[in-house]
Ligand binder design. Structure first.
Ligand code: C5P
Length: 245
């Protein structure tokens, strides 16, 4: 079993959601989104430490959530950078289990499933790098340059995956990939793309359609709905009364 460190990227300001509170701190069914996301990883035995990366002015707010929920595996809460990549870089610097696997996860994906996390850990151990993703259902087209409003090229859907987190890596591999991206001034929107640039293949693991990224107000409504669905699914009918003879 690998030692697993988890970096939770919660350093965004969440401007697309509107309002002043970053979306990862908004309540979902009475608990902050960030708390729900941490809980998904905290309960796994392989997870040895969790490093939270949050906006610089939210460190004490995050610490209060961690204290109240009793998340003992949260080893560090560090300030984020100017983009996601810079935030993850800050988180990696604080990880202790450098011979193991590191998972990177978006704080705003609280519905990540246990089996997805375990599959990513397993595939990262075996292949060095893995990501959770789902096959794309929509047809994806590229707009012609300059925001013309016209499509210029439509991609072959059969080859496309929507990339999610968690993504998992041998620690040294991800750290090298981040160093290289930094040196090349390359900015990616996820970690797997940095590893691909180094020439390492990233194994795709099936995630789930419900592992949504809560980005805008509509996503938040969908999240409330998914939470309700989860509760409904957990509901069990009472045992039927014994039949009268
Ligand atoms: O920017 P995007 O929507 O892809 O954000 C995905 C995750 O990255 C979010 O959980 C967000 O808080 C985090 N992030 C970060 N530091 C930034 C920007 C985004 O940790 N500077």
């Amino acid at each position: 079993m690998h030692d697993v460190s988890v970096v939770i990227a919660a350093g965004g300001s969440g401007r697309r959601m509107g309002g002043r509170t970053p979306k990862q701190f908004l309540l979902l069914g009475g608990a902050p989104i960030l708390e729900r996301t941490i809980a998904a990883f905290h309960s796994l035995r392989a997870v040895r430490e969790i490093v939270l990366v949050v906006p610089a002015d939210c460190v004490s707010r995050a610490a209060a959530i961690v204290r109240r929920a009793g998340f003992r595996k949260v080893a560090h809460i560090v300030p984020g950078g100017k983009d996601r990549q810079a935030s993850v870089f800050n988180g990696l610097e604080k990880c202790s289990f450098r011979s193991g696997i590191v998972l990177v996860h978006d704080a705003v994906r609280p519905f990540v499933r246990r089996d997805t996390i375990l599959s990513v850990i397993h595939a990262a151990g075996r292949y060095g790098a893995a990501l959770a993703g789902v096959p794309v259902k929509d047809t994806i087209t590229i707009e012609s340059p300059g925001g013309s409003g016209f499509s210029s090229r439509t991609l072959r859907r059969e080859e496309l995956w929507a990339v999610q987190t968690p993504q998992g890596f041998h620690f040294a591999l991800l750290q090298e990939a981040h160093m290289k991206a930094r040196a090349d001034r390359f900015h990616g929107t996820d970690d797997a793309s940095l590893v691909e640039r180094k020439g390492t293949r990233v194994k795709i693991v099936h995630g789930s359609e419900t592992n949504i990224k809560i980005t805008n107000p509509d996503d938040r409504k969908l999240a409330e709905f998914l939470l309700g669905e989860g509760r409904t699914l957990q509901w069990r009918p009472k045992a039927a009364p014994p039949r009268a003879r």
